[in-house]
Design a protein around this ligand. Structure first.
Ligand SMILES: [Zn+2]
Length: 362
């Protein structure tokens, strides 16, 4: 009898296990790695660096001292604020910088796309850009709204390569300032939000990031528009933000860079793609060492450590900082010093006019 009860008990336990095989949600499952290998977090960059993709929206009147403290901890010598707007905002930002921390901040201008289609819109925008540069702006930043949501005066989507904008790109070329442009978003944002989508968590947490072939157009259409723009304005230097959304296909990105010598790239928000292919990424960084700039995008100082570690070390299987970008671990590329220096500051010094070079080693 005792044996029978025991059997019943064991069967019950096994049966309960089959009905509830320990399921838990994707966010909860996050086991600390048991892997024991050398390596440690890198909280300060090996060389002083220039972050070419940063956004500070209150620069005209903010206290820059707090920023400087955080920058110094990271060894960030120059922060490039892409959100300079134009007109008075630029003037005020530049004077705030000059009065308090000259040389430590650079400002890019933005274009006001309201009124595309009106007579003289582009000429006015080009004139405004010229004035902003005269007032201290050293580049032009184009947000992803161009392509997504910018409409002309008739309510029609303005394509990234719309010829009505040509005078602006031409002016940037004449002024010898770079245009950093973010077009589209990661391709998975256009794909079904299901178990096959690498960005499932991000799209679930941020449903407004979902896109589709009619919202507003297919991913390939936007990317093709951007490439036509780059080719048409070959005398203007473009910085394709976020590795042009090809950080997960470096062979393709390399071909694009070969075809378009006026284009350089920055890796804001895409270091997780590089950190999962350290050998391929190292080959790419070696071949295109003159075409890559350091960018981060969102201002979260603690997250820079992941960037430094992927670039500098040969550490294995270390965590990324945001599960909705990457549920995989990182590996370091271990770039040599001569390449690191180009990525951290030499390329930016060449591309962005007016940065104080005396802050950087040879
Ligand atoms: Zn950005």
């Amino acid at each position: 009898m005792k044996k029978f009860i025991l059997l019943l008990f064991v069967f019950g336990v096994l049966n309960a296990g089959a009905q509830n095989p320990g399921k838990m949600d994707f966010e909860t499952y996050n086991p600390p790695s048991t892997l024991v290998v050398p390596g440690k977090p890198v909280t300060t960059a090996k060389f002083p660096f220039i972050d070419v993709h940063n956004h500070q929206f209150r620069m005209p009147d903010m206290d820059l001292g707090t920023l400087i403290k955080e920058m110094d901890k990271l060894n960030m010598k120059v922060l490039v604020n892409l959100s300079g707007q134009s007109g008075e905002s630029i003037k005020k930002s530049i004077s705030n910088i000059k009065q308090n921390y000259p040389g430590r901040f650079m400002v890019f201008a933005n274009v006001d796309f309201r009124g595309v289609g009106n007579d003289g819109w582009a000429e006015n925008a080009a004139r405004q850009l010229e004035e902003d540069v005269k007032n201290g702006a050293c580049g032009l930043k184009i947000y992803k709204s161009l392509g997504f949501s910018v409409n002309d005066v008739n309510g029609k989507r303005v394509t990234v390569d719309d010829s009505r904008l040509d005078p602006v790109w031409k002016k940037a070329g004449e002024l010898k300032i770079p245009v950093i442009i973010h077009t589209a978003d990661p391709k998975p944002f256009w794909e079904p939000v299901d178990s096959t989508n690498e960005r499932w968590l991000e799209l679930t947490l941020h449903p407004n990031r979902r896109r589709g072939d009619t919202n507003p157009v297919p991913w390939d259409t936007l990317i093709a528009e951007q490439h036509r723009l780059f080719k048409k304005h070959s005398k203007t230097t473009f910085i394709a933000a976020h590795f042009g959304w090809f950080p997960n296909d470096l062979a393709r990105l390399g071909k694009l860079l070969d075809e378009m010598p006026n284009v350089v790239i920055e890796f804001g928000a895409v270091i997780a793609e590089l950190g999962r292919q350290p050998r391929t990424a190292k080959q790419f960084f070696t071949k295109y060492q003159d075409r890559i700039l350091f960018g981060k995008d969102s201002w979260v100082p603690d997250e820079y450590a992941t960037y430094f570690r992927v670039l500098e070390t040969e550490d294995e299987y270390f965590p990324y900082h945001k599960k909705y970008h990457a549920f995989w671990a990182m590996y370091g590329m271990g770039l040599p010093d001569n390449i690191l220096k180009k990525i951290y500051y030499k390329n930016a010094l060449r591309i962005i006019p007016g940065i104080d070079k005396s802050q950087f080693p040879d």
